[in-house]
Design a protein around this ligand. Structure first.
Ligand SMILES: [Zn+2]
Ligand SMILES: [Zn+2]
Length: 250
């Protein structure tokens, strides 16, 4: 199924791909906002913040720009693929699963490093402070970013794709997981079952609590999909595991 889908992607004209990217990113934004809202209503007993950050016109504008720039990144990625700079494979299912793991871990590490650099005072005041105007989150927080940050993430993802040939299905699964983790990180509630925190491998997954703590205490929890880099480099919030297990309030 995936090769046929990628054949369809490959045979679009540039204008058709621009339209498809805009539509796709608009739908992703709408689903992310809806899911955040739904999670807030589904788990009202497990809030991570005292109150949601208020919605503002300025933030709505920034989110709109982020959707447009994400579409532009999709167009650049598509063009690089068509021009032979990016190689997309269609291997057996097990290789696709391995590629999802490779892509997630490479991006997770690259994003951890970039996020720490983004908290350097020079980069912070010019770029990353925009996202941290939200000390508590709301359903559009994931998209309230400086345009430079949106383009930086896109450039990081495209750089990995240029260097590492990956399965087409793995790329689609990664993109889905990226939006899912981003949405969960800004949901403002913790849907992760407390009992799961006793499983050592499951405990390494980045949760809503993990990124909420970053908004509350920006000098902790720089990771996204996993907490392993924060554990390794000593930047994990000291109470993270206890909060996730329900022993402390966030
Ligand atoms: Zn955030
Ligand atoms: Zn940050």
């Amino acid at each position: 199924m995936t090769p046929a889908l990628f054949d369809w992607f490959a045979t679009r004209s540039i204008l058709e791909w621009v339209a498809f990217s805009l539509l796709g990113n608009g739908v992703i934004f709408a689903i992310s906002v809806w899911l955040c809202d739904w999670l807030g209503k589904r788990y009202p007993s497990r809030p991570l913040f005292a109150a949601r950050h208020p919605l503002s016109k300025q933030d709505a504008r920034l989110a709109g720009v982020a959707v447009l720039l994400n579409s532009a990144v999709a167009v650049v990625g598509w063009w690089l693929w068509r021009a032979g700079w990016i190689t997309i494979t269609h291997p057996a299912w097990w290789r696709t699963i391995l590629d999802v793991g490779i892509f997630l871990l490479l991006m997770d590490f690259a994003m951890y490093i970039s996020h720490r650099i983004a908290h350097d005072p020079w980069f912070y005041t010019k770029i990353h402070a925009t996202h941290h105007t939200h000390q508590s989150t709301n359903p559009i927080s994931l998209f309230v970013l400086s345009p430079f940050e949106v383009l930086g993430f896109g450039a990081l993802m495209i750089s990995v794709l240029v260097v590492v040939p990956l399965s087409g299905a793995a790329i689609l699964i990664y993109l889905f997981l990226n939006v899912l983790f981003g949405t969960l990180g800004h949901a403002g509630v913790e849907p992760f079952p407390r009992s799961w925190s006793k499983w050592i491998l499951v405990r390494q997954i980045g949760t809503s609590t993990f990124h909420a703590e970053h908004h509350l205490q920006p000098r902790t929890n720089y990771g996204f999909y996993t907490v392993v880099w924060d554990r390794l480099f000593g930047t994990l919030h000291p109470r993270y595991d206890a909060v996730l297990a329900g022993k402390f309030e966030p």
